[in-house]
Structure formats: C-alpha cells, structure tokens
Design a protein around this ligand. Structure first.
Ligand SMILES: NC(=O)c1ccc[n+]([C@@H]2O[C@H](COP(=O)([O-])OP(=O)(O)OC[C@H]3O[C@@H](n4cnc5c(N)ncnc54)[C@H](OP(=O)(O)O)[C@@H]3O)[C@@H](O)[C@H]2O)c1
Length: 238
C-alpha cells in the first residue's frame, strides 16, 4: 500500500534526503520533500512524478516556518506514515579543534541538527497520529554522535555533540511511544556516503537510501528492539 512519506533537507542532490525522495517515489509512495531554498533537482522529479511529489519550504530552525509548513502539508495529505528527519547543519568550523572552533556557533548547529528533528516531529504529531499503520519517525544521525564508540579526539565538536543530543532526543521520544504505540521513533547511522562530491566515502547514497527504506519498514512496530541502528540494521552503541 502506498504511504505518505515526508523527508526534511531533501533538496540537495546528491544528498541523502534527495535520494530518499527518489527511492520512495520509485516505490510508488506519496512524497513530501521539504527544502529551504528552490531545488532544480526536485523540480526535475516534479516533472517526472507530478502529484506523487510535493515540495514544501520549511526551515527546521524556525518554529513559525515549521508550523506554516505543517498547515500546508495538512491540506495535501490526511496523514504522515513515515517521517525522515534528515536535515543537518554544519558551519565553516567543521571540522575544527577546540582552539579553532567558534563555540558561539554551536548553539545554532544544535538548533538545527538536534532540536530541529524534535521541532518537526512535534509539529507533525496530528498527522503522524492519523496514520493507520502506525507511523514511524527515523532520525538520521551519525556514528559521530555515539559516545560509546567515540574514537575521535579534539575535532568536529559541533557535529558530534549535536548528533549525540539528537540521539538522546530520539530515545526520550522512543520511550514515550514504546507503551502506547501511537508511533515508533528510531535513529539510523546512514553510513559514510558520497553526498558531497568529490568524496572518498565508500557508500552511494542512492544504495543506502534503499537499504534504509526497507529497514524503516522493518522497524515500524519494533518497539523493543535496538533504537540506534546502522543502515544495515545492526545495533549501534549510544
Ligand atoms: N554524508 C555522509 O557520509 C553522512 C554520514 C553520517 C551521517 N550523515 C547524515 O545524513 C544526513 C544527510 O547527510 P548529507 O550528507 O546528505 O547532508 P547534506 O548534503 O549537507 O544535506 C543536508 C540538508 O539539510 C538541509 N538543511 C540545513 N539546514 C536546514 C534548515 N535549517 N532547515 C531545513 N533544512 C536544512 C540542507 O539544505 P540546503 O541545501 O538549503 O543547505 C541540505 O539539503 C545528515 O543528517 C547527516 O548528518 C551523513
């Protein structure tokens, strides 16, 4: 059955969000792709897929923008079955040592990378609760947000710290719904992908998007299994 799928930070090819959009469209789902600025790549998909795709502007750093987008999306679909919080922010200080980093910018990164996913999820509760399935929220995190598997030293403070905070937000929300099953909330480490070209990364975001599309379906009602998983479905240390 076709689902209503919403993906944030989806306008940048070859980014992961854009590749999620392609994969869900190819699967026959109804896709809401959210962006911050016009996306010629999504315009091309609109031409190809017509009404199966909607593109909505939403700045996840800004509650008013998120709530405005929610109103627009309410008019497009009766529910959201899958929400993928994919958007991320980095500054010119990524990566940086503590001496190089501008610590005042870290709050802004937190507001997007950690709080943004929760801000979007919260604003979309009514549409998520309206899913017949129940709904699943997949927060795209990183191995860089793992404290248990941290191997780095004195680098990437804004990214690692904000992803660790996203992971905690994910777990708190997961635990909220673990009992009442109105939806499930997980976070996925998507692998190191060639989303910024040129890149030495081993994974193709189009391939990994499909692996995660299938994984998200498997995790939909897995309330007791691992919450932080890799794109291959393996448990990852918090
Ligand atoms: N690439 C990897 O190897 C890798 C590894 C581990 C984890 N991840 C995670 O995978 C996800 C996707 O990564 P990626 O490499 O595809 O990232 P990306 O190319 O940098 O894409 C990030 C997207 O987020 C959007 N964004 C930034 N700030 C936003 C805001 N305030 N409101 C709405 N959208 C905003 C960007 O929009 P603009 O185009 O307007 O800037 C962009 O489309 C991220 O969560 C990342 O941390 C990636």
């Amino acid at each position: 059955m076709a689902q209503n799928v919403m993906i944030t930070g989806a306008g940048t090819a070859p980014g992961l969000g854009y590749n999620f959009v392609r994969r869900y469209l190819e699967n026959g789902d109804r896709v809401i792709a959210t962006i911050r600025r016009p996306s010629p790549d999504l315009d091309a998909l609109l031409e190809q897929y017509g009404d199966q795709l909607s593109v909505v502007t939403m700045d996840i750093a800004d509650t008013a923008s998120v709530e405005k987008a929610e109103k627009e999306i309410e008019a497009l679909v009766p529910c959201i079955d899958v929400l993928i919080n994919n958007a991320v922010m980095t500054t010119k200080y990524y990566p940086a040592t503590i001496e190089e980093a501008d610590l005042d910018q870290i709050a802004e990164v937190f507001n997007v990378t950690a709080v943004g996913a929760l801000r979007v999820t919260k604003a979309f509760f009514p549409l998520l609760y309206a899913s017949k399935m129940p709904a699943i929220v997949a927060n795209i995190t990183s191995e860089a947000g793992s404290m248990g598997a941290c191997f780095r030293s004195d680098t990437m403070y804004e990214y690692c710290m904000s992803k660790a905070a996203l992971n905690m937000g994910t777990l708190l929300l997961h635990n909220k719904y673990k009992e009442d099953h109105r939806m499930n909330v997980i976070c996925i480490q998507p692998g190191w992908m060639r989303t910024h070209l040129p890149s030495p990364a081993p994974c193709d975001p189009y391939d990994n998007a499909e692996m995660m599309r299938l994984l998200i379906e498997k995790k939909r009602t897995d309330y007791d299994g691992p919450v932080f998983v890799t794109y291959e479905g393996e448990e990852y240390p918090w």
